[in-house]
Design a protein around this ligand. Structure first.
Ligand code: NAI
Length: 414
């Protein structure tokens, strides 16, 4: 029995899912190829991934491939109640409510796990973490799972260092068809979209500080620059800092950037990137947001302690009035990932490739069950290439192929 906010929202949610479906050609192609043979018949899948229309489409694909699917979100603020309701009426058990408290969110994860899924799909590692911390005797046999994002992979690697994983996990994030498109172009476009819709401010002519010049950060910087902003990058990795400098951006520490930024966007996967050291230096009405997975990049506890007044300024914008100076610092979406908590997430065309990797990697785990070790695997190159070719085909793009002579010249055996 699903736990959602309101079934009367289902019709609206279904229209969103159908719109996403129309823009997810690779998933439709996978469904056409694999749907009829039901390769996931008899298997259950537990999902913890942003509960919005594209994810719902993935859940429905898995169901079409024969799986029983149990789904929750991976961040209560990114859950869309209408989509959750729509999905719950389409044969998927859903446990997700927008704005759920940490306790309720945890209960939703536990509800998914109460079905003892054979396979998991995680985004950020919360589902895996619960299983990992269960006493051995309470764990059931899990064939394997897939992790979607950078932060989840960091957590999995930390667990792997301590002891072996309880079952094989596939690293979706590091597949080329994921981080090169989703993290760069998906996060770039959707973060800016969310900032513009939430603030209704002009980007052109403004100074935008992007913390972290990784895949997400470079997408955000590129799109902000395209909108006419001056870009400042903060980094801790000297190699990334040089890349940013060569791209034509200014690079400096956050203590310097804090004084001149109009907008601040964190995308590091690290904590305490903007803290009490920085808030007093900022301009009156500076706008802060985060696109990293967890809401720990901007230290809101610090900010709250330094503020005499905390008040809602617009939907998804909270103003913090600093006690000492009277300056107001604006924070979007409670410091949670802004593109999902205050926006629609990545465009469906972008998630199409990430979710094609998810679906094909689950099939790979089922086909190879019993043969894989309990460790973190990369997505097999054949799947990465297949998804890229699928996507190209759906974009109407063809490319050249190597001749036998060229393959021999490059030393390629097959
Ligand atoms: P990445 O590892 O490619 O980049 C992170 C960058 O931040 C690195 O260059 C690192 O040197 C830098 N960094 C780390 N600590 C820092 C600090 N204290 N100050 C300044 N720079 C620092 O990771 P990626 O793929 O860009 O992901 C970043 C975060 O965004 C992760 O939490 C990931 O899960 C999340 N993410 C969010 C998405 C969204 O839709 N908003 C989509 C994909 C990933």
């Amino acid at each position: 029995m699903s736990t959602i906010k309101d079934y009367s929202l289902a019709e609206h949610g279904i229209t969103k899912i159908l719109w996403a479906n129309d823009h997810m050609d690779a998933l439709r192609e996978i469904e056409r190829q694999f749907g009829p043979t039901k390769p996931l018949e008899g298997y259950s899948v537990g999902m913890s991934i942003h509960m919005e229309a594209k994810t719902a489409r993935l859940a429905l694909l898995l169901k079409e491939m024969g799986a029983r699917v149990y789904a929750t979100g991976c961040n209560p603020l990114s859950t869309q109640d209408d989509v959750a309701a729509g999905l719950a009426t389409m044969g998927v058990e859903v446990f997700a409510v927008h704005g759920a408290s940490p306790e309720e969110y945890n209960q939703h994860l536990l509800s998914v796990l109460s079905y003892k899924p054979d396979l998991i799909i995680d985004d950020g590692g919360d589902l895996f973490n619960i299983i990992y911390n269960l006493p051995r005797e309470e764990r059931w046999h899990i064939i394997g799972g897939c992790e979607e994002t950078t932060t989840g992979i960091t957590r999995l690697k930390a667990c792997e260092k301590l002891s072996s994983l309880p079952f094989p996990m596939v690293n979706i994030n590091d597949a080329n068809c994921k981080h090169l498109y989703d993290n760069v172009y998906g996060t770039g476009q959707s973060t800016i979209n969310a900032i513009m819709n939430t603030t209704n401010n002009v980007i052109a002519s403004k100074t935008v500080v992007v913390a972290g010049y990784g895949y997400c950060g470079r997408g955000i910087a590129k799109r902000m620059h395209g909108m006419g902003a001056r870009i400042i990058i903060t980094e801790i990795d000297p190699v990334k800092a040089i890349e940013a400098k060569l791209e034509g951006y200014e690079v400096m520490p956050m203590t310097d950037a804090a004084r001149i930024g109009d907008f601040f966007v964190t995308a590091t996967g690290c904590k305490d990137v903007i803290t009490e050291k920085h808030f007093p230096l900022m301009k009156h009405n500076a706008i802060l947001c985060n696109s990293g997975h967890f809401d720990v990049e901007i230290n809101l506890d610090d900010l709250a302690k330094m503020s005499s007044d905390i008040y809602t300024r617009r939907d998804n914008i909270v103003g913090y009035k600093l006690t000492e100076s009277g300056k107001v610092i604006n924070v979007l979406a409670e410091g949670r990932l802004v593109n999902l908590a205050a926006g629609n997430g990545h465009p469906a065309e972008i998630m199409d490739t990430s979710f094609a990797l998810q679906a094909l990697s689950l099939l790979y785990l089922v086909e190879h069950q019993g043969k894989l070790e309990a460790k973190l695997y990369n997505v097999p190159n054949s799947i990465d290439q297949m998804v890229a070719r699928l996507k190209l085909r759906t974009m109407g793009v063809t490319i050249d192929h190597l001749t036998d002579d060229q393959r021999a010249y490059l030393g390629m055996s097959d």
